[in-house]
Design a protein around this ligand. Structure first.
Ligand code: NAD
Ligand code: DAU
Length: 332
């Protein structure tokens, strides 16, 4: 694998993957990213110039995608509109980028016979009840409940159809909630960390009993690389690190790590249609491909993440006020 195209490579997962590929392979990486509010060119700081080509562009642009896909060994498709609250404000860009953009990437990979890995999410399976003893597996039915999740589910169906109908060499991964450095301040953990740094009280949606299954971005990246190297064509691999916690628990950890009382937060209006619980059974990935998460202590991972935000204010500061103004308008 000498040449890899990462779409959305200036985003949270994409940039984490680029840093991982640079550290663990010899690949030269091309990044195609539109630099929407979520993407940040500075997330690629530290990647040597001779290993990186950065192209600002849209995955819906057929000509740009076609030119970049030609000559690659692998395409990793991370570009997406990724935030549930943003999809509730305006779902249209989610349809364009997540569905149409994926179709454009698929067609380019088909034309040039290039191997594709499609980065998806556990949200395609909908949610689980808090007391449900089961977790999501590769056999779980698709039941997306939000506009974002429905757009990602649509994209997954397109990928599978291209594998079956055209023999495209593609794999998929559905990962759980990922945390770590370089995540946009619109998302739960960076939002609350930067609120506390700014002397604002964190905001918890509804009761805060909702459960997410947390995994560190380095473990997510390692799983994607492992699937590219050894995954079976046409297969989906669920990625998760047995990290189930309620939002209340996660917030309490963040508050205490930052020297505050565990209850120093405000309950705010709940997210409409809020998924109750996600939980991943990653047995296939562990047994078939031998992947194991390295960051199994959430508190330690959160502590390092908090340190990263403390030390990189210049990275997040330009976006903070706009994000908070939008939340303010919605009573969140
Ligand atoms: P992000 O919003 O941080 O990054 C998305 C990137 O895509 C940004 O850099 C953005 O500029 C770029 N982008 C958006 N529209 C584009 C377009 N039309 N053309 C080119 N680039 C465009 O999101 P993320 O959290 O890094 O998520 C990346 C992928 O990982 C998504 O497919 C998401 O569904 C998936 N995922 C994320 C998580 C998570 O917890 N963050 C978990 C599982 C799966
Ligand atoms: O499960 C994977 C998904 O995880 C990815 O596909 C998405 O791209 C990613 O954004 C994430 O989705 P969530 O909606 O779970 O993430 P978010 O960080 O927005 O919210 C996490 C939980 O925290 C959710 O239950 C809502 C809640 N929340 C969020 C914010 C921003 C709060 O209580 N307060 C907040 O301020």
């Amino acid at each position: 694998m000498r040449a890899v195209l990462v779409t959305g490579g200036a985003g949270f997962i994409g940039s984490g993957l680029v840093h991982h590929l640079i550290a663990h392979t010899d690949a030269v990486v091309t990044v195609l990213d539109k630099l929407t509010g979520a993407g940040n060119r500075d997330s690629l700081t530290g990647v040597p110039d001779e290993r990186l080509r950065f192209v600002r562009g849209d995955v819906c642009d057929v000509a740009v995608v076609d030119e970049l896909v030609a000559g690659q060994d692998v395409v990793v498709h991370c570009a997406a509109e990724s935030h549930n609250d943003a999809a509730l404000r305006d779902p249209r860009p989610f349809v364009d980028t997540n569905i149409v953009g994926t179709a454009v990437v698929l067609e380019a990979c088909r034309r040039h016979d290039v191997r594709l890995h499609h980065v998806s999410t556990d949200e395609v399976f909908g949610d689980l009840a808090l007391d449900d003893p089961t977790r999501f597996t590769e056999a779980s039915p698709y039941r997306p409940s939000s506009p974002y999740a429905a757009s990602k589910a649509s994209a997954d169906h397109l990928v599978r159809a291209w594998v079956r109908s055209f023999g495209l060499r593609a794999t998929l991964s559905s990962c759980s909630n990922t945390y770590g450095p370089r995540q946009h301040v619109e998302k739960l953990i960076p939002r609350q960390v930067t609120n506390i740094l700014d002397g604002r009280r964190p905001r918890l949606y509804g009761s805060g009993a909702h459960v997410r299954d947390w995994i560190h971005v380095e473990d997510h990246s390692a799983a994607v690389l492992r699937i590219i190297e050894a995954g079976r064509i046409g297969e989906t691999y669920l990625v998760g690190a047995d990290g189930e916690h309620s939002n209340r628990e996660v917030l309490a950890m963040v508050l205490q790590l930052m020297g505050q009382s565990a209850d120093a937060f405000d309950h705010v209006r709940d997210r409409p249609g809020h998924d109750v619980r996600y939980a991943i059974d990653a047995t296939r990935l562990r047994h078939e491909l031998g992947w194991r998460p390295q960051h199994t202590d959430l508190e330690a991972g959160l502590s390092e993440t908090i340190t990263w935000y403390r030390e990189h204010e210049a990275w997040w500061r330009p976006h903070k006020a706009t994000v908070e103004q939008e939340y303010e308008r919605e009573g969140r």
